[in-house]
Ligand binder design. Structure first.
Ligand code: GLC
Length: 748
């Protein structure tokens, strides 16, 4: 299936026929029921609908997340019964959900709660972290895993997920790059659309659909230094061209809630940024859903030095267009007084309340507040077999084969001694960040022991923890390595080293593990390195030169099985990098779609008086889009169906690929463009499409992409999208670094 921006838009538009900003699900206009209900609500009850609190109330056998709960269970129930709480999040279980909805129905107007959680990459079944799944370059897969997550989330009483996270992540020091789709805008847009469709389905009232929430609006990933929550100085054109498009794609796909980001944009914190939350989101984009603040993001405007105090922060956030306040209780404590003081109008309050009530109605909660609270469904989806198969498929497709220099992979362990060495050999840490409710599954060693051929001997040695080792541990590992025919090392980050508040200044493999790797490699035995990470790392020394290198990210519930399948050839690697791997941490932020500048960087080592460093070259260690297969893929020169493209035309770019290897391969062919000069500076090249093709040994295939003038030369400007005429290039290949270009004249 060809994935290009135009087809994605057409697919979306076809689904709804709207001309403005097409959304797959239109927020229902307030029904008579809701407008009548609004007319009966007191101001305090209206403000209650704008207040969201994390789960304090839970039955003894239920679990909740976000520890450090602000209120006791009894107090939270009182808030709900008094109509002062419209939603609760990060609780779990139908027992918890039923208790809260029953409390809501005891309130004067019996308005049901909306129950949400951070279901980012699965719930009971944990799928690969979103950055890993992005490596599959497969929006259909992303939609399916989001759908499965929605089924499991709705089976434990949840109707809302705080996902997809659609922040573009170009600085790998930022811990939250793990939650998104990586560095590229086009891939980010396609996965945003897919995940929204997966979570919401085609009918929000269906009991296995949950409301999606695109986050964090906006430019959270631009944090300076990759420091979480820090400011990012983003130009207007960078906002329009990089950080906003995935949100627009999510909204076009029907996403009906957005979460404000902690950071500021152009000197104004997002939560209080009226240009962002109203002028752009509502007036220009026509967004019809509601905006929830991130955790305490409204009160944090005081710490930002933007709002002089809590009451001002409540006013700033609400008047900017943030409809619902998460966890700070700022709206509960100040909105009524602001109305009485004439700073906030009842009409503004009503507008936000209607948005939230309309979505509660769209979710079917007024028809039946217990529609997602069914013990049988909860039991049914506690560990569904069909999701286990999907989790295995997703894990396999997320694995990226970075190097296989000696064709060591795949290997047959039959009759061999395999040494499995590293901190994650016997210790399971595969779920990754934002796995709120599921525990870890079996370790790689435990999983492999169940699958090994009789004649295989598996020896394991930790050799180092994530960040510590000693001579004895290393000696033990080397001894184990010496007895082996092949060594598999599983090294990398722990899941705590990425995710929220997981920024790292030096994105290298912890030194202890580097020592372990060097000692094991010194044995001269064949070594396969499995690298577990929630980001692109700066691979240095022995790791940078490892001849057999497999990126395993955090693959979730079926991670160990998928790793074994790829190592032994039960499945073949097809993943591609959604983030560039730099040569040094100091290169961050590092991404392929860089601007050429007036002194373009030379690909070779540093060249004086050109963009780059004196100590590190400009090329990545592994490029965006890179990923090997077990085949040997050769590309012919690309061709165009014409070398001139008019405004209403399209051009077909094609290339023949051949598998010259001895094993079947799935190659992901990518198409990039260099847009014509004019209006604003643009990146050297940018992804515009990708297509997987399965090639048997010796087989060839012609892969073609249809591109419009907008895809080749469109620029987002303050005046809307403009097609810039002039000389363009179309690139085709297996990565941003290896793609080959053909010239194209855009004449509009
Ligand atoms: C966190 C995160 C956000 C999450 C929210 C609720 O701080 O920034 O992504 O959805 O709080 O847990």
């Amino acid at each position: 299936m060809i994935i290009s921006r135009r087809q994605a838009l057409q697919a979306t538009a076809a689904g709804i026929g709207s001309s403005a900003l097409p959304t797959a699900i239109q927020a229902a206009a307030p029904s008579a029921r809701i407008t009548t209900l609004l007319g009966r609500m007191t101001l305090a009850e209206k403000v209650g609908q704008l207040t969201l609190m994390n789960a304090a109330f839970r039955l003894p056998n239920e679990v909740g997340a976000n520890t450090g709960l602000p209120v006791a269970q009894a107090e939270e129930q009182r808030e709900i019964e008094a109509g002062r709480l419209g939603g609760v999040f990060n609780g779990f279980g139908v027992g918890w959900a039923r208790a809260l909805q029953e409390a809501a129905l005891r309130s004067r107007l019996a308005i049901p709660l909306i129950l949400g959680a951070d279901v980012i990459h699965g719930l009971n079944t944990v799928f690969p972290v979103p950055l890993a799944e992005a490596a599959a370059f497969d929006p259909g897969l992303a939609q399916r895993t989001a759908r499965a997550a929605a089924v499991e989330a709705s089976a434990v009483g949840l109707a809302w997920t705080f996902a997809p996270m659609v922040d573009i992540g170009r600085d790998q020091r930022w811990g939250r790059v793990v939650e998104g789709a990586g560095e590229d805008v086009f891939l980010g847009e396609r996965l945003a659309e897919a995940r929204v469709r997966g979570f919401q389905g085609s009918d929000l009232s269906a009991l296995d659909s949950v409301l999606a929430c695109a986050k964090h609006f906006a430019a959270y990933g631009a944090a300076e230094g990759g420091r979480d929550y820090d400011s990012g100085n983003v130009s207007a054109s960078l906002l329009r061209e990089v950080y906003l498009p995935p949100f627009r794609a999510a909204i076009r796909a029907g996403c009906l809630s957005l979460m404000s980001a902690f950071n500021e944009v152009d000197g104004v914190p997002c939560t209080g940024n009226r240009w962002l939350m109203t002028d752009l989101l509502r007036d220009q984009w026509g967004f019809e859903g509601f905006v929830v603040s991130d955790w305490n993001a409204d009160i944090e405007m005081v710490a930002h030095g933007y709002s002089p105090g809590p009451r001002a922060a409540a006013k700033d956030a609400f008047l900017a267009g943030t409809d619902m306040s998460m966890r700070s209780n700022l709206y509960r404590d100040h909105l009524a007084a602001l109305v009485e003081a004439g700073s906030v109008s009842v009409a503004d309050i009503d507008r936000s309340v209607l948005r939230i009530l309309a979505l509660k109605e769209a979710l079917g909660l007024f028809e039946d507040p217990f529609n997602r609270i069914d013990p049988e469904r909860e039991a049914r989806f506690a560990k569904p077999a069909e999701h286990a198969e999907l989790a295995l498929e997703a894990a396999r497709k997320s694995i990226v084969l970075l190097r296989n220099d000696d064709d060591l992979l795949p290997f047959d362990p039959t009759g061999k001694t395999v040494a499995l060495i590293g901190p994650f050999a016997e210790t399971a840490d595969y779920n990754g960040s934002w796995t709120l409710f599921a525990g870890e599954g079996p370790s790689l060693a435990e999983t492999w022991r169940k699958r090994l051929p009789e004649t295989t001997r598996l020896v394991t040695s930790e050799g180092a923890t994530v960040d510590a080792t000693d001579e004895a541990r290393i000696e033990n590992a080397v001894t184990a390595a010496r007895t082996a025919d092949i060594i598999v090392m599983i090294l990398g980050e722990s899941s705590k080293m990425s995710g929220e508040a997981g920024s790292r200044a030096d994105i290298v493999l912890p030194i202890a593990q580097q020592k372990l790797l060097a000692a094991v490699q010194a044995t001269g035995k064949p070594v396969v390195v499995l690298l577990q990470a929630g980001r692109a790392l700066a691979l240095t020394d022995a790791l940078a030169k490892a001849p057999t290198l497999v990126l395993t990210w955090f693959l979730g519930t079926r991670g160990p099985d998928a790793i074994i399948d790829i190592l032994t050839g039960v499945a073949s690697p097809s993943g591609r990098l959604p983030v560039s791997f730099p040569r040094a941490a100091g290169q961050q932020p590092f991404y392929y779609a860089r601007k050429p500048t007036g002194r373009p960087a030379h690909d070779a080592a540093a060249v004086a008086f050109n963009t780059g460093y004196v100590d590190v070259g400009n090329k990545p260690l592994f490029s965006f889009g890179h990923g090997l297969t077990y085949g040997r893929i050769a590309y012919d020169r690309p061709a165009l169906s014409g070398n001139r493209l008019g405004a209403r035309d399209q051009v077909q770019a094609s290339v023949r690929v051949t598998n010259e290897g001895a094993r079947e391969a799935v190659e992901t062919v990518q198409v990039y463009v260099t847009r014509p000069a004019g209006l604003v500076t643009k990146p050297r090249l940018e992804l515009r499409g990708f297509k997987p093709v399965t090639l048997a040994p010796g087989a060839s295939a012609e892969i073609a992409f249809d591109l419009t003038a907008d895809e080749v030369a469109g620029v987002e400007t303050a005046r809307g999208r403009i097609i810039v005429p002039g000389q363009a290039k179309v690139w085709l290949g297996g990565s941003a670094e290896t793609a080959v270009s053909v010239d194209l004249d855009v004449a509009v």
